[in-house]
Design a protein around this ligand. Structure first.
Ligand code: AP5
Length: 214
């Protein structure tokens, strides 16, 4: 099963993508996570991506498209994958469609996690991330068992640099301008699964899997 996650920054795409990856036993491929890992390691890609990410802007397509097309061509993706944060522009979506149609296919579902902007701003302010294993928490909605500490691996949780309120506003406006048009792109192909992302995460997960099947 090939799944694309759609939705605003902070809508819960990563949270659901991790749960779906476990359920369907397919890789969760997050371009944001790939860029953050490269930033942490100080690679040339990480250094280039950092200036765009810190400002809440998109990393240029030429740094992003080949990276993803290469990743989905690997052996562990042969039964499918979940793309989280890609595509993010119509150009990226067209490149993905071209690559898949050259193998006679397309994605199976574009899951759209819908959350209004007001709720997004609150969510981002409360998000805490594990810098070691990538687990995501929220200080109110999804708190770790011990404050400030990852349940999974025990590392100290951090706040993402691009979760500062001013950067979040910029990310939302970039989303509305450049990424939201993807909803119509996939709607016209009949691939969109709409879910209400304001519900608790287990309900959102059930709504998605009810549509995707076992
Ligand atoms: P990326 O890492 O992809 O960030 P994003 O899309 O902005 O999404 P987030 O990770 O912020 O949020 P999410 O929707 O995954 O929500 P989450 O599950 O964490 O990208 C970062 C940057 O990288 C971009 O700005 C760009 O610069 C660059 N980039 C990445 N891909 C790119 C591309 N293809 N092209 C160009 N540039 C690219 O949840 C958010 C919070 O809400 C958490 O605290 C969570 O615990 C909580 N939560 C989740 N679900 C619920 C729920 N149901 N109820 C209550 N709280 C919930």
């Amino acid at each position: 099963m090939k799944i694309v996650m759609l939705g605003a920054p902070g809508a819960g795409k990563g949270t659901q993508a991790k749960m779906l990856a476990d359920k369907y036993a397919i890789p969760h491929i997050s371009t944001g996570d790939i860029f953050r890992a490269n930033m942490k390691e100080g690679t040339p890609l990480g250094k280039k991506a950092k200036e765009f990410m810190d400002a809440g802007a998109l990393v240029p397509d030429e740094l992003t498209v080949d990276l993803v097309l290469d990743r989905i061509g690997r052996e562990d993706c042969k039964n499918g994958y979940i793309l989280d944060g890609f595509p993010r522009t119509i150009n990226q979506a067209e490149k993905l469609t071209e690559a898949l149609s050259s193998q006679g296919g397309d994605i199976d579902f574009a899951v759209n996690v819908d959350v209004p902007d007001e709720s997004i701003i609150k969510r981002m302010a409360g998000r805490r991330m594990c810098p070691s294993c990538g687990a995501s928490y929220h200080v109110v909605n999804i708190p770790p068992k011990k404050e400030g500490v990852c349940d999974r691996c025990g590392a100290d949780l951090i706040t993402r640099k691009d979760d500062q309120p001013e950067t979040v506003k910029n990310r939302l406006s970039v989303y509305h301008e450049q990424t939201q048009p993807l909803y119509d792109y996939y709607k016209e192909k009949g691939l969109v699964v709409d879910v209400d992302g304001t519900k608790p995460m287990e309900e959102v997960f059930k709504a998605i899997t009810d549509r995707l099947g076992e």
